[in-house]
Design a protein around this ligand. Structure first.
Ligand code: SAM
Ligand code: SF4
Length: 334
């Protein structure tokens, strides 16, 4: 942070030091809880921020105290030359941590270049180890490539590698225990993410969320007892558990059953340069026009401050007042 800059603190006293950058809304698979099956409307390429624009915005955010960045999408590995961007971001003084969330389909071919660009932390999205079920969930037959991607990432030396599994009731129950076993054997932490109302087809319903407690029960019955891990970072959203036999850990992003808004430290920028203070925000602030329209870094920094200071207390998923944002997950950047 600049010596003169004050940190990004919102009206509820929450410090914001975590930036999620979406680099594309395009994707090479079609998860049913995220994208529509066909007729996907993608953002025009001319509207997508260039690497230079992303780097400039990241530098401004770091000047305001951001020190953690996660790159996401859509599928970030479909963005050409992503390692070049990672290298640029890594070069920003003040960044402590860079991570990438990917579906893993292109990971085998890109793992080494990503590692060479300095990336170490990966979240790979995988809901099932069963080929037919993978096809059913993602509408694509790409399981083998994702598994090859995980192998390649481990060979390169990435760590930690976490696996994101979306918890949809009536869909993934058969996969919960096999995935956790796979994680225990291979040294991956599985993160079960409660299904959120951000799917493109509007199929979300509270009754379709496989809750963290349901998953804990499936794991305890199928594998053995778990114990909660005391949280070293209360601002991290995941609830962590380890198996009592000492073999492996799992985490839960329980946005529905145990919202973590009170500890939120995140801001997001979409691939078309819209700044968001929350995944579920109904409003966005157009930073791209500022980046392209001759605004100074100070002017853009002032906008970021304004957005953070106007941030709401939290989403209202559990209330009748909840309104889903107009953009689905793939277009916001998960
Ligand atoms: N394509 C990459 C991937 O799938 O990891 C990065 C973008 S994706 C939008 C980021 C994460 O969002 C995924 O790992 C997936 O677990 C999660 N996700 C997608 N749709 C979701 C939904 N409706 N509810 C909860 N999590 C979701
Ligand atoms: Fe693509 Fe990720 Fe959405 Fe699946 S969750 S459709 S991989 S962006």
């Amino acid at each position: 942070m600049n010596a003169t800059a004050t940190p990004l603190i919102d009206g509820f006293g929450r410090l914001h030091d975590n930036l999620r950058i979406s680099v594309t809304d395009r994707c090479n698979i079609r998860c049913s809880y995220c994208m529509p099956e066909k007729d996907v409307h993608f953002i025009d390429r001319t509207e997508i921020l260039s690497f230079e624009e992303i780097e400039r915005f990241a530098r401004i955010a770091v000047g305001l105290g951001v020190n953690k960045i996660r790159v996401t999408g859509g599928e970030p590995l479909v963005r050409k030359d992503l390692p070049v961007l990672l290298q640029k971001l890594r070069g920003i003084e003040g960044i402590r941590d860079i991570a990438l969330t990917t579906n893993g389909v292109l990971l085998a071919e890109q793992a080494q270049a990503l590692y060479d660009a300095g990336l170490r932390r990966l979240n790979v999205h995988l809901d099932t180890l069963d080929r037919e079920r993978f096809r059913q969930i993602t509408r694509r037959d790409e399981l083998d490539r994702v598994l090859a991607g995980l192998d390649a990432a481990q060979r390169c030396g990435f760590g930690p590698i976490k696996i994101n599994a979306v918890a949809v009731k009536g869909l993934v129950e058969p996969d919960v225990v096999p995935l956790a076993r796979f994680g225990r054997e291979r040294g991956f932490e599985i993160r079960y993410i409660e299904f959120m109302p951000l799917d493109a087809q509007g199929i979300w319903d509270r009754g379709r969320v496989l809750l963290a407690d349901d998953i804990l029960k499936l794991l305890a019955d199928g594998i053995g007892p778990l114990e909660a891990v005391p949280d070293p970072d209360p601002r991290a959203p995941a609830l962590e558990y380890r198996f009592a036999d000492g073999r492996g850990a799992v985490g839960f992003i329980a946005s529905v059953s145990r919202p973590f808004c009170l500890n939120c430290n995140r801001i997001r920028i979409t691939s078309d340069g819209m700044l968001r203070y929350c995944l579920f925000a109904l409003e966005e602030t157009d930073v791209k026009s500022l980046l392209r329209g001759g605004a100074s870094n100070e002017e853009i920094a002032a906008v970021v401050r304004r957005v953070v200071s106007a941030k709401w207390l939290g989403h209202e998923i559990n209330s009748a007042k909840f309104v889903a944002p107009p953009r689905p997950m793939y277009a916001i950047g998960g």
